[in-house]
Structures are given as C-alpha cells and as structure tokens.
Design a protein around this ligand. Sequence first.
Ligand code: HAM
Length: 420
Amino acid sequence: MLTTRPRGTNDFLPNQVEKWQFIENQVRQLCAKWGYREIRTPIFEHTELFLRSVGETTDIVEKEMYSFEDKGFRHMTLRPEGTAGTVRAFLENKLYAQPQPTKLYYMGPMFRYDQPQAGRYRQFHQFGIEVFGVSDASIDAEVIALATTFFKTLGLNALTTKINTVGCSNCRPAHQEALRQYFSAHKAELCPTCLGRLAKNPLRILDCKNESCRKAAQNAPTTIEAACDDCRNHFEQLKSYLDGMNITYQVDTNLVRGLDYYTRTAFEVVINSVGSAQNAICGGGRYNSLLAQCGGEDMPGIGMAIGLERLLLTLEEQQIDLNFEVYPQVYIASLGEAAKKESFLLAMDLRNQGIYTEIDYLDRSLKAQMKGADRMQVKFTVIIGEEEIDKRQVQVREMSTSEQITVSIDELTHFLKERL
Ligand code: HAM
C-alpha cells in the first residue's frame, strides 16, 4: 500500500516529464499566437457548481465525481473538467465587464472515478480553451481549428473531427418530448440509470455506453431533426467556415457529448485506430446558457479540451518521436581528496557559465568514473589529479575521438565553450 499509487493515477518519471514539458511548450506557443491567455483555477470547487453545469443526470455527476465534505462541512469536488471552474472564475472576477471576447486556456489535472484502462485514468490532464462573448459561428470554427492545428503541428495522423448540433433552449424542449415518447416504447431495453433519465433528461440516454441502451437509441429522433432555424443556420455557417479552412469533418448526428451544458455546436476529435470508448482525444462545444444557469451574465461561450495522456499515447502509437533525454555536456573525473574538492568548485563555475556539468560524488575509482561519463554520453571529460592541481592544469578528453589535451584551469571555461 505504502509503495503503491492510487488506482487510475500515474507517476511521470524524468524522461516522460520532458515529453510533457515539450507538449506544454507547444500549447503555450500556439495559444500565444491565437490570442488565448492562461487562467489557473482551483483544483477543487463547490460540488454545486458541477451539479449545475455538467448536469445532475450525466455519468460524470452520477458516477464519477471525487466529492468530499471539508472540515467546515462544505461539499467540495475535485474538478472533473475545466469548463465549470473557468466559467465560475469569469463571472466571479467580472471578466465580462471587460471588452469581449475573452479567450482563455488552461492545463492541469482533472479527476473522474472512471474504470481505469489504457487512456482512461482517475487523475488525467487536459489542455482546454474557453471563449466568452461570441455567438458567431466563426469562433466555433476557430476553436475546432485550434485543436486540429495543434494535432497537425505535433505530426499526428489518422484523426477524424466529428461535429453535430445539439439544439438550444428553443428547440430542445420539443426534442426532449419526442425522445421521451420514443424511449417510453423502449423501456425494457434501458439500463436503470437511463430509466431514471427518461423522466428528467432523455437526451442523456443518447450518450449511454450500455450496449442495450445504444441499440434502443439507434432510431431515436436526432437533434438535427429537431433543430430550430437558428440552430440549423449556425450549423451551416460553421460548416462553411470549416470548408473554407479545408478542415475535413464528419457530421455525426449521434454525437451529444457527456455534459449537459452544450447548445448548438458539439464536436469531438477521435483517433481512427482505436475502436474503443477511449478514442476521443478532444471534445468540446458551445454553451450559450451556461453562464446564466450559473447565476451570471447571459453571455455565450464555447470551448474544447484535449486529453493529454491520450495525446501522448497516440504520439507513441504513431511512432512520433518526442525523445528529450538530456545528457550532461561535461563530466569532471577526480582522483584524490584535494582534486575532488577542486572538481566540485570547477563544476559550480562551469554550471554558472551555462555548461551542464556532472561530477563524481561517490569516491569511485577513475576507471568507474570514466565508465560513468561514457554512460552519460557527455561530450568532454575533464580529469583532475593531485599533480594537475599543483600545475593549475587539467586533462580534457573529447569522448568521440578519445583525444586528450592539457588545458590550464583558468582557460577551461573558454576552451569548453568554444567546442560545445
Ligand atoms: P470531455 O469530452 O469530458 O470534455 O473531456 C475532454 C477530453 O479529456 C476527452 O476527449 C479525453 O481525451 C480526455 N478525458 C476525459 N476523461 C478522461 C479520463 N478518464 N482519462 C483520460 N482522459 C480523459 C470536457 O471535459 C469539456 N470540459 C470540454 C469542453 C471545454 N467543452 C467546452 N469547453
């Protein structure tokens, strides 16, 4: 127990963390160019926020939240996603009072009590963006384009962008009623959770992963059939913007997403190779009623989030090399007590001059130190013995050629800098 991490969590070791840092840098560069600024919100929020936004009849809220009571008897939840917290922060900090739109991005851990498997974890990381204050379909297209551009920059292939329109407060009530009627005739095929959803929110049944519910939903009335003229127009606009950018997409009329806050546009980017439930690498959509639902300004919003673990797994699967192992440039091997002290000070000097330097801390033999230097793949090994200290000189060995020359200690930094 003491040496086992909680199920569904990961340790990222140094060589993996360098890949994460690379991805994070790509995110920062892309967002800077597209005008998105970073926001950092708490890892936990009041449970009520997720009930109101993500929705009480969603899998996330019904089954997957890490909720707890704090010592002051407040109901708290580790964030299962980033949109709710960003909306809360936008309202609480009155960012709506600034000139719009507001374009934000975030990266960080999210928590869902999910069934752990490859690509599905209980603590996972998302890079997400949220835009507030724009109703126009051009921003829907921009959000999708940012995600696809990000994937393209990293060299990913075999991804499909699926889009749909899920209706709005005008057309949804009639659609919900049509679904209620349709599923009432299929009650026997619905799982207990969906039977509960039938009265409260039948749209959710379309997103159930249960095989029998999926079959029952096959001929259910779709959101596009029920869409009002405004929703249809918006969808047509979105498609024409995507066409204009040569972004290929599939219209998937079954796509309703697992969160309740969506209106109009909903989309996902899926990996073609994996046919399982973990194939969504990115999901997003518009949420025009969410801010008002949270008790704030009546302002439209849209966003998306990319699962970073799934992204890294896909990069690996597609053999896209993100090999960022870093090796020291210089190793200082020393022989004897005085030389060891000198090597320590010399290493500090070289590091201060910007040269990545390693030394021996373990009093190993010269042979063992040379072997260590080899393993670390350094370019140069500096060798200091008692005699060298007296003469204020060191031996510098270029590892690729095994050539060794004598350099004065005072000249060493200059010598190495010229050759590294
Ligand atoms: P979501 O589809 O629930 O959307 O999650 C977005 C992405 O997070 C998924 O496509 C997937 O890559 C990753 N993900 C989700 N659950 C897990 C898990 N258990 N393990 C690993 N990766 C996972 C949202 O979260 C929305 N907040 C997106 C959004 C932003 N919509 C509007 N703005």
